[in-house]
Design a protein. Structure first.
Lengths: 339, 319, 310
């Protein structure tokens, strides 16, 4: 059934460590990824969106850990599994990785191992999870490459990544991710490194997969245009917090949080002519090692008050909707709306 | 590929010529009359200047430098490498006899350092920041600072003189009948040579492994759910290997330098001992040819290495 | 509860401490001092290196104040004495005090290595920056020569030069200078090449500034740290090379007590087995000294390396 939750993330905190400091990269994040829906996570670079995706897969670097919170995977046969309680590289965790939950990365240039043939890298995933013969895995790989729209798959399967173009490499990555028909696909800025024309093709492919296989997609991006195009649900992140979330309609049509509003006001809209009033967000993102004590957006916010400075506002859900805002002054910020 | 080999070979030839020119020209600068080293002083003292000139002319020494250089080069290509001034034996025969003995030691040392260095380096990288990494790093640091001959002396003291497990030096004894007896002579110098080279291979393998473990494709490999050892050894190591192999080839001159010293510590009768004796005795034809042969060998190896890395690394194959 | 591996448990305990400190706000207010210098001093190994280096260096320089024996005084009544309160490192075959030989020997060894390294650095910087700035045949010729020199195994090259020039301390310094310039030459050349095209250099050119001034004033500060690191590397290897050459009897003439010559005198099996004090202290001193130089070099490199933030 489309729409039911596949992965629930509750109050996730993931911190990064250096020799002496601790960076609260993800600080209390909750959301649901729904079957057959695309959840877009938006935010500036460094806001913790990639870390969130890596936390789900437990693919975090060595000097980091999930501090608190739960990541629950609702399986169809074994009930709920708390992924965050599994060991990082335990057998159980690995069994889900690549089979039930798959991930594609930002730069297809570096995400594929340069010294192995593309076909073998895809077949490796198939053979890891479904015990089958080499020939069988190769047949399935060929089929996948064909589905992903790679021309001449019989020749391409035995080529090395550097012989592929950027867009093709990302298709191969998607083929790799989709090879065991996962329930969830985590896409970490899959098109940032690609040309705009290729970008559209990749999204088209992802939408097709979502609709045909009922795959749940978590799409990370900083591009508002992509959000408008792809999202069923939206999650806006800023400095490790979710500041606003809801369905695409709720968030994009009626943005409430000052940050979301500023973000939307700062982008150009194609076809609106050259006299658009673009307002960049003033100030800079704070140093992650020197964060404001209260609301992270407070130093840049036009509606900041004493309360924001002291503590992070609580999550507030507008009644009767799924629209969540984390700001104590959002009503004031939206005062002039709808007139 | 063929085109690359050809191109690489075409730069190899002028470099070899440059080397031979530098060696020949350098030894030409030795102060003093070359005749002094060819005849005993009392014979020279009896000869008149006219007689000396005749001798010079007979050796072609009256010709300008550049003519002599090309004559020498021509003779070298013809296989006439001159005679040892100490014993009168053709230099070619001496090199043909001694070089394999050195190669035996150097290659064993190379294999030891390559295997030990990469295994320990990768081990340290996988346990970065843990006790085992610190111990290995400390050993590596000492290994890079210790004079090789001092290390050799300590090894002789412990394993040959105190424990009496292995012979103190030499390569063969007249009564030797079995190859494994010979092995006893090889073990100590080869281990010392190998271990002195291990530390740099290890340091490099460690950093190279750490670097490839940080690359995106390792994350991709992990995202497939394959076991951690497979991620490390198949994906991480395979990419780490290329630069490590290049480094090992790059360190070939260092290996030869070290083996020269080690040969003298263990009285291993290879080309290194011969070279040292030749330098001590001012035996110029010998010095010249050994230096030239070793340099040509080093350059030939780096040529082969370049070609080899193209074969194993598909990224550079097409460039 | 989450299953953890042993390594993870160890790591997570550290994390807990850091997190606790972070949350108490102790980290937020840290004094800002010179970042590079602070980095060098926070590098424990660099400090250890600096200490060992200073101790050995100063002991050698002030040798007459530390030991009452001369390096060359023969005392036939006290030969091959084991270390004692009178002779800290014992005496050698002709009764010379090994401790004072090590100190006085260090003077020569360090002098040879540092002059060789500095000489190489000066030549390397001069040739390298000029070659990088001018390009053309000058650049090509010196690149080729550099390539030729690095193709030689160091030992072979050193011995070739010894054959050509003969054995003496002065010659050894010249040899080390000749063999040691290539690395710094390449470094200076690369730096020069990279800044030659920068706009501000072009602007200086337009102002009619002298080539030489542009060359050194703007290239040197850019390449200073790597050059210093390179000098330390050279110095360490020259200490080892001097020792190896003298050990083979082809370095400094035997009457000068360098570290290598002291070791050369103890090659025979009797000394090796029965009189360990004649060679073990020298070997250890060389090892420690070279190690300390390497530590300092690594410290300087880390200090200026912007990619490693600590």
């Amino acid at each position: 059934m489309a729409g039911e939750s596949v992965i629930s993330v509750r109050h996730l905190k993931t911190y990064f460590y250096t020799e002496k400091r601790c960076n609260k990269a993800v600080n209390d994040v909750s959301f649901e990824i729904r079957k057959g829906k695309c959840l877009c996570v938006v935010g500036e670079s460094g806001c913790g969106k990639s870390v969130t995706a890596s936390s789900i897969m437990q693919l975090l670097p060595r000097l980091s850990r999930i501090e608190e919170g739960e990541i629950i995977y609702h399986t169809h046969d074994k009930g709920d599994v708390v992924l965050s309680d599994l060991g990082k590289n335990s057998k159980e965790m690995r069994a889900y990785r690549g089979k039930n939950i798959a991930m594609i990365f930002q730069d297809p240039m570096t995400a594929l191992n340069p010294v192995f043939k593309v076909g073998n890298q895809i077949a490796e995933n198939i053979r890891q999870h479904d015990k089958c013969s080499k020939a069988e895995a190769r047949k399935r790989t060929l089929e996948l490459l064909k589905q992903m729209g790679i021309p001449e798959p019989e020749r391409r399967i035995d080529q090395y990544p550097h012989e592929y173009s950027g867009g093709m490499r990302q298709r191969a990555m998607i083929a790799l991710a989709m090879s065991c028909s996962p329930d969830v696909l985590l896409a970490d800025e899959p098109t940032t490194a690609l040309d705009v024309t290729i970008q559209a093709q990749i999204f088209e492919l992802m939408t097709k997969l979502k609709e045909e296989n009922d795959t749940a997609i978590l799409l990370i991006t900083h591009d508002m245009g992509v959000v408008c195009e792809m999202a069923d649900d939206v999650l806006v992140m800023y400095m490790g917090n979710v500041v606003e979330s809801g369905t695409a309609r709720e968030v994009l049509k009626n943005p409430k949080h000052p940050y979301t509003r500023a973000l939307l006001a700062s982008i150009l809209v194609l076809g609106k002519g050259k006299d658009q009033n673009i307002q960049p967000i003033r100030g800079m993102t704070p140093n992650p090692y020197n964060r404001p004590p209260g609301c992270q957006f407070e130093p840049r916010c036009d509606f900041a008050c004493e309360a924001c400075r002291e503590r992070m506002p609580d999550e507030e859900v507008i009644e009767g909707t799924t629209h969540m805002i984390r700001c104590c002054n959002w009503r004031e910020a939206c005062k002039n709306d709808g007139e | 590929m063929g085109k690359y080999v050809l191109k690489r070979f075409l730069t190899f030839i002028p470099m070899t010529l440059l080397m031979s020119f530098l060696i020949y020209g350098g030894l030409e600068l030795v102060p003093g009359d070359i005749l002094n080293t060819m005849f005993p002083p009392d014979i020279l003292a009896q000869m008149s200047p006219a007689e000396l000139d005749v001798i010079r002319a007979s050796y072609g020494l009256d010709q300008p430098f550049i003519v002599r250089y090309f004559r020498w080069l021509f003779r070298v290509f013809q296989g006439d490498w001159g005679k040892s001034m100490a014993s009168g034996v053709p230099v070619k025969d001496v090199i043909a006899q001694r070089l394999p003995i050195t190669l035996e030691l150097a290659l064993t040392g190379l294999v030891i350092s390559a295997i030990l260095g990469s295994v320990l380096g990768i081990l340290a990288a996988l346990h970065k920041g843990e006790v085992i990494d610190m111990i290995l790093t400390a050993i590596g640091v000492v290994g890079q600072a210790i004079p090789q001959f001092f290390f050799g002396m300590v090894a002789i003291l412990i394993f040959a003189l105190k424990l009496k497990w292995l012979p103190i030096g030499g390569r063969t004894t007249p009564q030797m009948t079995h190859w494994y007896e010979h092995l006893r002579y090889l073990i100590l110098p080869a281990m010392v040579l190998g271990l002195t080279q291990t530390s740099s291979v290890m340091r490099y393998a460690r950093s190279s492994m750490l670097e490839s473990m940080n690359r995106d494709f390792v994350k991709t490999a992990r995202s497939k759910g394959i076991p951690e050892w497979k991620v490390n050894l198949v994906h991480g190591f395979r990419v780490t290997m290329t630069p490590v192999i290049i480094l090992i080839a790059f360190r070939l001159p260092a290996l030869i330098s070290t083996s020269m010293v080690i040969e003298n510590v263990f009285s291993w009768p290879g080309i290194g001992m011969t070279f040292k004796d030749a330098v001590t005795a001012q035996n110029y034809p010998m010095v010249m040819m050994i230096a030239l042969i070793i340099v040509v060998m080093v350059m030939l190896m780096s040529l082969l290495m370049d070609i080899f890395t193209r074969i194993i690394d598909p990224r550079v194959r097409l460039q | 509860m989450k299953q953890l591996t042993r390594a993870e448990k160890h790591l997570y305990r550290k994390f807990d401490k850091i997190r606790e400190r972070e949350e108490s706000g102790a980290n937020a207010k840290r004094k800002k001092s010179s970042r590079a210098v602070a980095k060098f001093f926070s590098n424990r190994l660099a400090i250890v290196g600096l200490v060992i280096f200073s101790v050995i260096f100063l002991a050698c320089v002030f040798a007459p104040l530390i030991t009452k024996y001369q390096a060359e005084t023969v005392d036939l009544r006290n030969i091959l004495k084991a270390p004692s309160g009178i002779h800290w490192f014992g005496t050698d075959k002709v009764g010379r005090d090994v401790f004072s030989r090590v100190l006085y020997g260090g003077r020569y060894s360090i002098l040879i290595a540092s002059l060789g390294a500095l000489g190489g650095a000066v030549i390397g910087v001069l040739l390298g920056s000029y070659a990088g700035y001018k390009g053309g045949w000058f650049d090509k010729v010196f690149m080729r020569i550099g390539e030729a020199l690095t193709s030689f195994p160091t030992m072979i090259l050193n011995l070739l030069f010894v054959t050509i020039m003969g054995r003496s301390m002065r010659n050894l310094i010249i040899i080390f200078t000749i063999t040691g310039w290539v690395g710094i030459f390449r470094l200076a050349r690369a730096t020069m090449l990279s800044i030659r095209e920068e706009e501000y250099v072009q602007a200086l050119h337009a102002f009619g500034l002298n080539d030489a001034i542009i060359c050194f004033k703007h290239m040197l500060p850019n390449a200073l740290a790597p050059i210093i690191v390179n000098i330390t590397i050279n110095m360490a290897s020259m200490i080892l090379e001097e020792a190896a050459l003298s050990f083979l009897g082809l370095g400094v003439p035997m009457q000068i007590p360098t570290w290598g010559n002291i070791l050369n005198a103890s090659q025979d099996m009797y000394t090796l087995e029965k009189a360990w004090w004649m060679w073990a202290p020298v070997g250890t001193t060389i090892t420690l000294f070279v190690m300390s130089i390497n530590f300092i070099g690594d410290g300087i490199r880390d200090m200026t390396d912007t990619s490693v933030q600590g």
